[in-house]
Design a protein. Structure first.
Length: 270
């Protein structure tokens, strides 16, 4: 019995150590926008143009990403911040009250327009979403697509769309299919984690989505981007990361490097 307990302790230690080494080798960092590349990418996007820029903050929650965009470029951006939860949206609207550079949009974005049930654990919680797993509090919200929103609002081009919808990111991307086909959005950043499984989704679906569209897929790794020209099963481990779609003609493609997987299924720079 003692041998079994000792083996379990050793196995647990090896598991934790192995996971730490594996995620470190993959370039998986902590979920902190100041270190995982989110704010680094935003800064490069904002510096890439001297003219006015339109940004979409999809799943804005309390508006941290919106606030960061305004702090970096207070005079040349207009941010459309999407937050379907009425209580959280009230916090968001209060935060940016009187700021003409922010428009708070009362939509959940997905792959269809209409209405949907939105679930909350508490007001402003970062895990609130369209999934019942997000909490017992439920409200009916308006739902839209990026394609339909851009058409309705008359927006011709978007510098960057940030998507953080707790597992519904692929649905948001599918709702932007025509906009992506036309290359109307230069950069799309989206969150990827185990919650994608709630929608039976994986990164391979994103590769399929952009197959006939002018974009490259990459992963944010601190102060660089790893680009993958084709899907590999090592990508779909469901560790939390932020991925990007960058239009092929964008100068921001120079921020990253191409990575391929060798015969040992190890990602190596090309």
């Amino acid at each position: 019995m003692k041998f079994v307990r000792t083996s379990a302790v050793v196995r647990k230690l090896m598991w934790r150590l192995g996971r730490k080494m594996y995620t470190c080798a993959r370039g998986d960092g902590e979920n902190d926008p100041r270190g995982n590349g989110e704010y680094w990418l935003l800064e490069h996007v904002l510096n890439a143009s001297t003219g006015p820029q339109v940004l979409l903050d999809i799943g804005a929650n309390k508006g941290e990403w919106t606030a960061q965009a305004l702090a970096q470029a207070p005079t040349k951006v207009h941010v459309h911040s999407f937050e379907p939860s009425q209580a959280t949206r009230s916090l968001l609207a209060t935060r940016f009250a009187g700021n003409v550079a922010v428009t708070v949009q009362a939509y959940a974005l997905a792959d269809t327009a209409g209405e949907a049930k939105f679930y909350c654990n508490e007001d402003g919680a970062g895990t609130n979403s369209l999934s019942p797993s997000s909490g017992l509090n439920v409200e009916v919200v308006a739902q839209n697509t990026i394609d339909r929103f851009l058409q309705q609002s008359g927006i011709g081009a978007v510098s960057m769309a940030k998507i953080d919808t707790e597992g519904f990111d692929l649905l948001v991307l599918r709702g932007a299919e025509q906009s992506l086909r036309d290359g109307r959005i230069e950069i799309v950043q989206f969150e990827y984690n185990w919650r994608w499984l709630l929608n039976h989704a994986c990164l391979r679906d994103v590769f399929d989505l952009i197959e006939d569209k002018p974009y490259r897929l990459g992963k944010l790794c601190g102060d660089t981007i790893e680009f993958y020209d084709q899907w590999h099963f090592e990508l779909d481990r469901f560790f939390e990361n932020n991925y990007v779609l960058i239009r092929n003609d964008s100068n921001l493609c120079m921020l990253g490097m191409s990575v391929r997987f060798d015969e040992s299924n190890v990602g190596v720079p090309e």
